[in-house]
Design a protein around this ligand. Structure first.
Ligand code: FE2
Length: 164
């Protein structure tokens, strides 16, 4: 059964946003790459790769359902950050935006009664809960850190998280 045009367009949007998220996470990783924080850096590079995998997942779902992906230009992020906290706040914001986007897709799935898509993508929102919890936890750790030395301790903690 073919996807409805509405669902197909929404999934192409998701595919595109995941590609943008890949760029976004690389931008965030670079802030730490240019500073002595290998833990945050490794964590954010792993996130970037996750985003690429999510994009591939959307791509393959389109093909699986007899549709095709439309390729669009990726907008370069134009952010500047002064602190580690600001970088991770942006990561949380990205995850919240992704959650909202998936939520809208699920609204559409309900409207269109596309149970096949609903079943195939059922774990996406669960994953988002974990992503947002991780980012919030990282912000909490940063807030507890006492100056640059404390942040280096948090970086070691984050390095352990990226190894999982
Ligand atoms: Fe993603």
């Amino acid at each position: 059964m073919k996807l409805s045009t509405k669902i197909e367009n929404a999934i192409v949007d998701c595919f595109h946003h995941e590609m943008e998220n890949w760029y976004s996470y690389l931008t965030l990783a670079q802030w730490f790459d240019l500073r002595p924080f290998p833990g945050f850096s490794a964590f954010l590079h792993a996130q970037a790769l996750d985003e690429l995998q999510h994009a591939q997942m959307w791509y393959h779902y389109l093909i699986e359902r007899g549709s095709q992906a439309t390729f669009r230009d990726i907008t370069a992020p134009k952010w500047t950050f002064d602190t580690a906290r600001q970088v991770i706040e942006k990561a949380l914001e990205l995850e919240e935006q992704t959650t909202a986007r998936i939520g809208k897709l699920f609204d559409l799935i309900e409207d269109e009664r596309d149970h096949l898509t609903g079943a195939s993508l059922s774990n996406l929102l669960t994953n988002q809960t974990a992503e947002m919890k991780t980012m919030q936890g990282m912000l909490d750790l940063i807030d507890m850190a006492d100056g640059p030395t404390g942040l280096i301790t948090v970086d070691k903690e984050v390095r352990g998280m990226s190894a999982k």
